[in-house]
Design a protein around this ligand. Structure first.
Ligand code: MG
Length: 248
């Protein structure tokens, strides 16, 4: 399918007449930063110390959930009980410390070009992350100048429910002051895609890690690109197609 056909499929499914993108709702880990490997390593270190059973690839699949959610899953699986609030806070704090001790992550190749295209096209940008990891959030201004302000970020602190619940993307739509038909979402993880799709937004899935294409399709991505560089190159064309594709 070409881009126009993907857009038409989305419009039919949502009963929208067209998409008039005024805002881009953008995930952070694995989308703007090549950070998922470090996150998985930090989780594994904490889990090993605590005797929590976990496999490294699970942290890629679970990406987007809140830290508390992930910890609860690990505790439940290992000890057959829920994590206490104190426990969840303490284990997430340790995971965060281990993440910060790892070599710094790099911006995802192509992400800067993508952001520049969105700025040039006049789309509002809103960050939508399940992370509360200050070390990355604080770097955004340096790595992506002009892209976000503190008012245009939805982090784990702003939501009760993490992805795949639609709340993070609904909050992002509110921050951008747009309707679902006036936005696009950009995500690298199946749970993030699900969250954006449930919020009713045209959702671009970008493959930047070990997640297979089929998982992104199953999550309901409106269109999928094989890398961030590929998406960045296609973005001007995709925006034009979005602005000019309508259903009767
Ligand atoms: Mg992500």
């Amino acid at each position: 399918m070409n881009e126009r056909q993907h857009i038409e499929t989305f419009l039919r499914r949502r009963h929208f007449h067209g998409v008039n993108p005024m805002a881009a709702l953008i995930d952070m880990d694995g989308t703007l930063y090549d950070s998922m490997g470090n996150h998985a390593d930090a989780w594994m270190k904490m889990a090993a110390e605590e005797g929590l059973s976990a496999r490294r690839e699970e942290f890629f699949i679970w990406e987007g959930r809140t830290g508390a959610d992930t910890i609860n899953t690990l505790i439940r699986r290992t000890f057959n009980r829920d994590a206490t609030e104190d426990e969840a806070r303490e284990l997430y704090r340790r995971k965060t410390v281990y993440f910060q001790q790892l070599p710094p992550v790099s911006p995802m190749p192509g992400a800067k070009e993508m952001i520049d295209t969105l700025i040039k096209a006049g789309l509002r940008r809103v960050l939508v992350t399940g992370s509360g990891q200050r070390s990355l959030i604080d770097r955004l201004g340096r790595d992506f100048p002009g892209a976000f302000t503190p008012e245009t970020m939805v982090t784990s602190r702003d939501v009760e429910h993490g992805k795949p619940h639609p709340e993070p993307f609904i909050r992002a739509l509110q921050k951008a002051h747009v309707k679902p038909s006036q936005a696009i979402a950009i995500e690298n993880a199946p749970l993030g895609v699900k969250s954006a799709v449930r919020a009713g937004v045209f959702t671009v899935g970008v493959l930047t890690g070990p997640i297979p294409l089929e998982e992104m399709e199953a999550a309901g991505a409106s269109i999928i690109y094989g890398s961030m560089s590929e998406f960045a190159e296609a973005l001007p064309r995709l925006l034009l197609q979005l602005f000019t594709t309508f259903l009767p």
